[in-house]
Design a binder for this molecule. Structure first.
Ligand SMILES: Cc1cc2nc3c(=O)[nH]c(=O)nc-3n(C[C@H](O)[C@H](O)[C@H](O)COP(=O)(O)OP(=O)(O)OC[C@H]3O[C@@H](n4cnc5c(N)ncnc54)[C@H](O)[C@@H]3O)c2cc1C
Length: 548
């Protein structure tokens, strides 16, 4: 399949367009060059690298884009200060190089920020040691950042919320932030612009091999590909990979809590050490909210059942509260929460999962069948290149690294004007260089310029765009991964759900009665993930939530 000409808007993407392409994908005699299983950041990265080289590429995702870990991270594009301590300088260097590339190729969607790493008396690391570590971080970034030591007095002036009498000082350093689910979506959109096909709600059940190709079996059809890449993150097991998949990943659960910014009014991202553990917690302002995370605990259960427990909430609050005594860090103040699973490379018994390396691993149980686990959101591009080296070898084609490092991830729409008057809506943080396109559309129609939910910085124009171009099938795709409504304010999102569900089903040409089922489905998903942490999200507690 030849790559299509890149345009400003991605090709339309709805349930109907996916149904149409599925008929072609499963047609007798059709063989893709590459089939990627899983549309998290890892699968998206592989699909983009393949499509950029003109390989015919199909992505099959069991649920939705970024459904797994890729919408549940700390939302940082970073070298990983913590990995310095593990002596993983190679990983830090590589991740910092990827950070530089993403800041250049995805401006707005990935944005620089100054992080303040606070040190308190009794912390494992004294201030001088942290200063030294972050100076090394500057060096490894090629001096893309410049860290600075602050005494306690200056730290308090800069971040008044750090009011504990134990504060010893801080080191301020450079890193970057993103919207994880939208970064993943943007990578996939670029793959689609170059001809890749993406199918969501297509679970792969079995891989088998004929002499010519791999057969990838789903519920409603078989597709064929010369190479298959399994990028199923924490869901990786022996079902698709046989014995090679057994014990490949070690899952570690991480939880984040979201508060109103007025309750936790940090001025910028703050990093705190977890007492007696080799872990840190981030407290990050996000629009008019602040999120706090993360935990890092081994997880052996069903990956589909991961959720925020009361113990997770208690653990996080116990770390942060003494350091930010004037913040309203109480369970009743939580407005959003999420839990994700790190798909770590299993490496024997390391004791603490926080010590397990965040590098990635590629296995090839049979020729042309590859699986990749581990890694980070930040390093997805590099991981994908490593996979493509093997894919190219299998297909017998040349491969050159660095193609994706030079091209913009999102097309530049700046000629359409500024994002004003919608700066507060944070459009660039979700749409990157495409934000002026949405702003221009919102300027042309006042109804599209309104916030979807009062108090949340998400505009109606983003709903219109998501329904036409971003492959939303169900309501939770829209409010959880295309737009962060459910994360920013779960209860407000549930209140708006009936109206949004009616728009979703109308835009898909489905019967109006489907809206109730969509709301019910969303409420169930939310209750499963955060019901224990956010009072009032259970339908029984909040009253009926179906459409009036
Ligand atoms: C709490 C936490 C915080 C983190 N913070 C950061 C951070 O700040 N910065 C950073 O760089 N990294 C961070 N990470 C790491 C990063 O988020 C993950 O490494 C990354 O998202 C993993 O992506 P993935 O695509 O491998 O897995 P996933 O995102 O889980 O994607 C796997 C996909 O495969 C699909 N799938 C599974 N089985 C099948 C099947 N049979 N058929 C079809 N599809 C299937 C799933 O539905 C899923 O969508 C964090 C991780 C966690 C848990």
């Amino acid at each position: 399949m030849a790559p299509s000409v890149p345009s400003l808007l991605p090709p339309p993407w709805t349930a109907a367009t996916m149904a149409r392409t599925w008929r072609h994908a499963t047609a007798e005699g059709r063989t893709f060059d590459v089939c990627v299983v899983g549309a998290g950041i890892t699968g998206a990265g592989v699909a983009r690298e393949a499509a950029l080289r003109g390989l015919s590429t199909l992505v099959l995702e069991r649920r939705d884009v970024a459904f797994g870990t890729s919408s549940r991270s700390s939302r940082l594009v970073h070298g990983g200060v913590r990995y310095l301590e593990q002596g993983d300088l190679g990983l830090v260097y590589e991740a910092l190089a990827e950070r530089t590339i993403l800041l250049r190729t995805a401006p707005g969607l990935v944005s620089p920020d100054r992080f303040l790493f606070a040190v308190h008396r009794g912390d494992r690391r004294p201030l001088w040691q942290l200063r030294l570590g972050l100076a090394l971080y500057d060096v490894l970034s090629g001096f893309a950042g410049k860290s600075e030591r602050l005494p306690a007095e200056d730290t308090r002036r800069r971040e008044p919320l750090l009011s504990s009498p134990d504060l010893a000082g801080a080191v301020v350093y450079d890193d970057a932030r993103t919207d994880d689910a939208r970064l993943c979506l943007s990578v996939l959109q670029d793959a689609r612009r170059h001809g890749a096909w993406v199918q969501t709600r297509r679970e792969v059940h079995r891989l088998s091999r004929t002499r010519e190709a791999w057969c990838i079996e789903t519920d409603d059809g078989i597709v064929r590909a010369r190479c298959v890449v399994v990028a199923t993150g924490p869901f990786t097991d022996q079902r698709l990979l046989g014995p090679a998949g057994r014990g490949l990943v070690q899952r570690s659960k991480g939880v984040h809590l979201v508060f109103r910014h007025r309750d936790v009014p940090v001025r910028g991202p703050v990093v705190l050490e977890v007492p007696r553990r080799k872990r840190i917690v981030f407290v990050v302002p996000w629009a008019n909210r602040t999120y706090v995370g993360t935990t890092d605990t081994p997880y052996e259960g069903d990956p589909d059942a991961v959720g925020v427990t009361r113990d997770d909430v208690a653990e996080l609050l116990a770390v942060v509260r003494p350091r930010l005594p004037n913040a309203r860090l109480v369970p009743e103040a939580i407005v959003g929460a999420y839990a994700g699973l790190r798909p770590l490379v299993r490496a024997g018994d390391t004791g603490d999962v926080a010590d397990v390396s965040r590098t990635h691993r590629i296995v090839e149980p049979q020729p042309g069948c590859l699986a990749i686990v581990g890694g980070k959101l930040t390093t997805h591009r590099r991981m994908a290149e490593d996979v493509l080296v093997r894919v190219a070898r299998h297909l017998g084609i040349p491969f050159r690294r660095g193609v994706s490092a030079r091209r913009p991830l999102v097309p530049d729409a700046s000629h359409l004007g500024p994002v004003s008057p919608f700066e507060a809506a944070d459009l660039p943080a979700r749409h990157g260089a495409l934000a002026p396109l949405l702003a221009a559309r919102a300027r042309s129609d006042p109804a599209l310029a309104r916030p979807v939910v009062p108090d949340l910085p998400v505009l109606e124009v983003e709903i219109e765009h998501a329904l036409a171009y971003e492959g939303c099938v169900h309501l939770d795709d829209l409010v959880r991964r295309r737009l962060p409504l459910a994360l920013l304010d779960t209860r407000a999102c549930l209140e708006a759900a009936p109206r949004l569900a009616r728009r979703l089903v109308a835009s898909a040409g489905r019967p109006p009665g489907d809206a109730d089922a969509e709301v019910e489905r969303l409420a169930e998903a939310i209750t499963r993930e955060v019901g224990a942490a956010i009072p009032g999200t259970r339908p029984t507690e909040s009253g009926p939530i179906s459409a009036p």
